[in-house]
Ligand binder design. Structure first.
Ligand code: ADP
Length: 552
């Protein structure tokens, strides 16, 4: 094919009496003389470079060439006085054109008359060039075809046009953006989805440098990534943010590869996947992740707290049912005695008076026990509901303790338990609720006697300290196992002692603790099974005085 073209060029040179005629292929970044007739090609290299600039601005004609400095230089050094240049074939998608260039020694050598004369030959040349280029392209496709299909001349044009269509369709249907940059980084080609995404028209983007579209924040990193692509033969990936014409940020995942020819880098082809939505989600997720972790932690804490509360509620329910069954048992036993003995007295008028007296004593004892139980339960609910307002007065605690001990003497004697009261023999004044303290000490001393066997001993010691008084109720009784100690002040808690039945509903110590707390005092217990128990109560004597002292 080149042979035919050379012949045609020879004819054109003859007809035009040119000094030199050649075919020049140009695209955005380089130029190449396809064939030349006349002077040596090296002389035109200088001019070719300037012609690329003209080609990129889209105005390559004889007049524009005449204005070039490089042309003027060429004229001076080669006695050239006229020029003819015409685009005879173009490949739009690559912005590539083949130009016919002629130089002559005479001025106006290539005027209108001349152009009319050779227009037919130029058309032939144009057709030949087109044939040559399409054949070349077909050869390239054939090389890639693994089945090794043969070139069938009649089918060449058809195949090439189909291949081109397919390639163009590929560009257009690709959801990704595809673009080509020249070796300086200017846009040379971009597909339709790319234009849509970047909101530019082809004309606006053509010749624009890619850095003009990159967000300043990641410009350095992007330039570095492009440099890496250009210095490698591999396809490389990188992420960057482009700014569209209307300043919208578009985040792209780019895969790029350099394009080189004859060992020279001539540009870069890249595919860009729009990852704006994914990246934005990722960032949002990163931002809210610490909040999520925190929320999860709070939920876990809340879950633990709820579990704990559930455990407490379950435990309370369990204690409540245990309390109700205990309470009914505690009520039923004295009631059975009371009813039984009363019925006997009623039904048997001949009952000897001593028996009647003994039965009455039992009825009285059980009745008192029942009343005490009812009072304890009521006391608990009263202190529960109203945080019990204390009725305070000033009194001698030694005297209160003495009265309580005297009242319980009968019970202690009955159980053959020795009751010892140790006191400093002086008045110990306290400002407190006398009635509650009386009940509280009665409960503690009563328990001490209750849980102490025959010949045991209960010692009550009162000490007058600086601002407080201390009462220790110590017994030599059955003691409390260590595992039960933390719970004995809880509502309805009773130490289970298999084989030993002791009356009670598990509310006595709850009441004791409430009264001590209301007086801002402290109660502790030391005990060991079989070794007896000591309940130590400390109470402030005058809360008012303390307050004044703190204030002053
Ligand atoms: P209750 O009202 O049933 O007597 P309390 O609340 O007074 O119950 O006492 C709770 C538990 O503490 C009782 O079940 C009892 O076993 C134990 N306890 C209280 N005081 C003594 C003590 N002095 N010696 C041994 N155990 C005691």
């Amino acid at each position: 094919m080149l042979e035919l073209i050379n012949n045609t060029l020879h004819i054109i040179a003859k007809v035009s009496s040119s000094k030199c005629v050649y075919l020049l292929r140009m695209n955005n970044w380089d130029s190449e003389i396809i064939t030349i007739y006349g002077e040596e090609r090296d002389k035109y290299t200088l001019l070719n470079h300037s012609l690329i600039d003209l080609h990129n601005t889209g105005t390559v004609d004889s007049d524009s060439v005449k204005r070039l400095n490089a042309y003027k230089l060429l004229c001076r050094s080669n006695s050239i006085n006229s020029v003819f240049i015409q685009d005879i074939f173009s490949i739009r998608e690559r912005n590539e054109s083949i130009y016919l260039v002629m130089f002559g020694s005479k001025e106006d050598q290539f005027g209108y008359e001349f152009t009319d004369k050779i227009i037919a030959i130029i058309n032939i040349l144009s057709f030949q060039v087109k044939e040559m280029l399409e054949l070349k392209r077909y050869e390239r496709v054939s090389i890639k075809n693994e089945t090794g299909s043969q070139k069938i001349p009649g089918k060449v044009n058809e195949l090439i046009s189909e291949w081109e269509k397919s390639f163009n369709s590929l560009l257009e249907i690709s959801p990704d953006i595809i673009f080509i940059l020249d070796n300086e980084g200017n846009f040379v080609l971009i597909n339709e989805p790319g234009l849509t995404l970047l909101e530019y028209s082809v004309d606006e983007l053509k010749g624009k440098h890619f850095t003009q579209l990159i967000d300043a924040g990641n410009l350095n990193q992007t330039v570095k990534a492009i440099d890496e692509i250009l210095s490698s033969d591999e396809t490389k990936k990188f992420d960057t943010t482009f700014f569209t014409k209307y300043e919208r940020a578009v985040r792209l995942e780019i895969s790029g590869k350099k394009i080189s020819r004859k060992g020279k880098i001539i540009g870069l082809i890249a595919f860009g996947r729009n990852v704006t939505v994914e990246k934005n989600y990722e960032e949002e997720l990163k931002k809210i992740k610490p909040k999520l972790v925190e929320a999860e932690r709070l939920i876990n804490i809340e879950r633990k707290r709820t579990n704990h509360q559930k455990f407490l509620v379950d435990e309370l329910n369990r204690l409540k049912s245990e309390f109700i069954s205990n309470l009914s048992h505690e009520f039923r036993t004295p009631l059975a005695s009371i009813i039984g003995f009363s019925e006997t007295i009623e039904s048997d008028p001949d009952l000897p008076p001593e028996m009647k007296k003994e039965f009455n004593r039992v009825i009285l004892f059980e009745g008192k026990r029942l009343a005490k139980l009812i009072n304890e339960v009521l006391d608990i609910s009263v202190t529960d509901e109203s945080a019990a307002t204390l009725v305070k007065s000033e009194f001698d605690i030694t005297e209160v303790l003495k009265n309580v001990i005297d009242a319980l003497k009968f019970f202690a004697d009955e159980k053959e338990v020795e009751l010892i009261f140790e006191n400093p023999g002086e008045k110990i004044l306290i400002e407190a609720d006398k009635e509650s303290l009386t009940k509280m000490f009665d409960e503690l001393i009563n328990n001490a006697i209750k849980f102490t066997d025959e010949n045991g001993r209960v010692r009550i010691t009162v000490s007058n300290l600086y601002r407080e008084l201390e009462v220790i109720i110590s017994d030599t009784g059955i003691g409390i196992p260590e595992k039960d100690l933390p719970y004995i002040f809880q509502k309805f808690y009773r130490v289970s002692r298999p084989g030993i039945e002791v009356h009670g509903a598990g509310v006595g110590l709850v009441f004791v603790k409430q009264i001590v707390d209301l007086h801002k005092g402290l109660i502790t217990v030391q005990s060991e099974p079989g070794g007896g128990s000591s309940f130590i109560v400390r109470l402030p004597k005058f809360t008012k005085i303390e307050k004044t002292e703190v204030e002053s």
